[in-house]
Design a protein around this ligand. Structure first.
Ligand SMILES: [Cu+2]
Length: 130
């Protein structure tokens, strides 16, 4: 009985640490003045990409994953009633992706190049915090 309880507690602890481990190598892209900053990113597959829209207008970014259209909506700052900028976190498989804003075709595109899986990067990301 005690064995089972300690096993359950152990599993819960591992799950807790996995869920709360800091995202390793999270790259941030700000959208400011209808520009991507930066507008080019080279990352590894284990890294997350966080979009932060500090503009007061909504943006709607379109990109393609294996030929399938994906859309990323970001509300303008203050639009949703919260003063905090709208953010989205995505992950991408290896490849090159181009993001274009549908309502603002004059915006320069964002290019993200994702390199193949980096074992070391992934191992660090999945290890519990020290
Ligand atoms: Cu836009």
């Amino acid at each position: 009985m005690l064995d089972k309880i300690s096993t359950v507690v152990g599993v819960l602890l591992v799950v807790f640490f996995l869920l709360h481990s800091p995202a390793f190598g999270k790259e941030v892209i700000h959208v400011v003045g209808s520009e991507f900053s930066p507008d080019r990113l080279e990352i590894n597959t284990c890294e997350e990409i966080e979009f932060i829209n500090v503009d007061r207008v909504d943006h709607q970014f379109q990109y393609f994953v294996n030929g399938a259209k994906r859309t990323l909506y970001l509300l303008g700052q203050g639009v949703a009633g919260s003063p905090a900028p709208d953010t989205r976190i995505i992950e991408l498989d290896s490849g090159t992706y181009e993001f274009r804003c549908i309502p603002h075709p004059w915006m320069h595109k964002l290019t993200i190049h994702v390199e193949v899986d980096d074992e070391k990067c992934r191992a660090e990301r999945n290890s519990p915090p020290r």
